[in-house]
Design a protein around this ligand. Sequence first.
Ligand SMILES: NC(=O)c1ccc[n+]([C@@H]2O[C@H](COP(=O)([O-])OP(=O)(O)OC[C@H]3O[C@@H](n4cnc5c(N)ncnc54)[C@H](O)[C@@H]3O)[C@@H](O)[C@H]2O)c1
Length: 356
Amino acid sequence: MAEEAPKVLVRHDDAEAFVVNLLVAVGVSAKHAQTIAHGLVQADLRGVESHGINRLPSYLARVRNGVLDPKAEPELTQVTPVVAQVDGHNGFGFPAAHLAMETAISMARTFGIGMVSVKHSNHFGMSAWLVRQAVDAGMMSLVFTNSSPALPVWGGKTKLIGVSPIACGAPGGENSVPFILDMAPSVAARGKIYKALRRGEKIPMDWALDADGKPTDDPEKALQGVMLPMGGPKGSALAIMMDVFSGVLSGSAFAGGVTGPYDMSKPGDVGHFIIALKPDLFMSLEEFKQRMDILYQRVVGSDKMEGVERIYFPGEIEQLTEARRLKEGIPFVQSEIDALDAEAERLGVAKIRRGL
Ligand SMILES: NC(=O)c1ccc[n+]([C@@H]2O[C@H](COP(=O)([O-])OP(=O)(O)OC[C@H]3O[C@@H](n4cnc5c(N)ncnc54)[C@H](O)[C@@H]3O)[C@@H](O)[C@H]2O)c1
């Protein structure tokens, strides 16, 4: 299996520079290219390779097919002192969501809370990079998005609702890591199936059904079928919740109307919903951080069930992976590097630099 295939190591800053070059070559401004590169490489650093720079070929194909505007400038409208709206104008989802979080943080600094709804956007990759943006500014946050149909609703058999991630976070204290929850409401994110397909790997049998409604370990068949919601009706309800807050509320597509990042037929029309919240609204920041330390210590210090060596806080495994990959580089399989290099060749920019 390709799991054991030798990996090509790439430094995170080389990966970012490569992404910026590719994006600038298709007309994205240097500023937005940097934001997109940061979001994608963060995913690779955190071990969320399903949402890293390997998404680029599909994003660039959208640009080439004229269904994503590389030059779009997200437009901000202030609705109330604590509420704003961003129109992504069918540009990349990353700059639209980044602007939304930046605005939410700025409102939260003044008023305690900031809420931004985003419409006419596109896929923004891994939600955790936006949660990190808030954590780095000392803020708690909620980051919701909707996405293209991938899940049947509970009791249904055809795809209707997106595998739309639910993400939120809070800064940690002196002796704890930040809380970063970022999870798809399916048993596994669909990006993990695309990753298995790219790498020639099989998937666990409980992730998806094939087109005939049978469990499958073949990623190709899984992509022709449906993803399975986590926790049955509860996962389905969480996916619908993402659509209420990100789709219905924003004015973007909803109820199965979002176009997926691999569908080149029309704009994505994705919606996002972002809240930033000051953690010291009800007590001093110091006390909040001490309480996060207590929570962290109690969680990771819990009595362990048999076979468990260590208990982690949400987001902690990814943080440890990031610390390691910042030093040791990001591992890719050769076929992923080849696909990225093919894009570079097509656009006449330098291939991705390998090695440390
Ligand atoms: N933009 C989109 O449309 C879209 C759609 C789907 C998924 N995604 C992204 O896909 C990514 C993967 O989602 P996923 O649901 O497969 O994530 P996952 O199952 O790997 O992790 C989900 C959450 O559980 C935590 N976690 C996992 N293992 C843990 C452990 N042993 N101990 C403690 N906490 C643990 C993680 O820190 C994370 O917060 C996410 O980053 C998500 O944003 C994006």
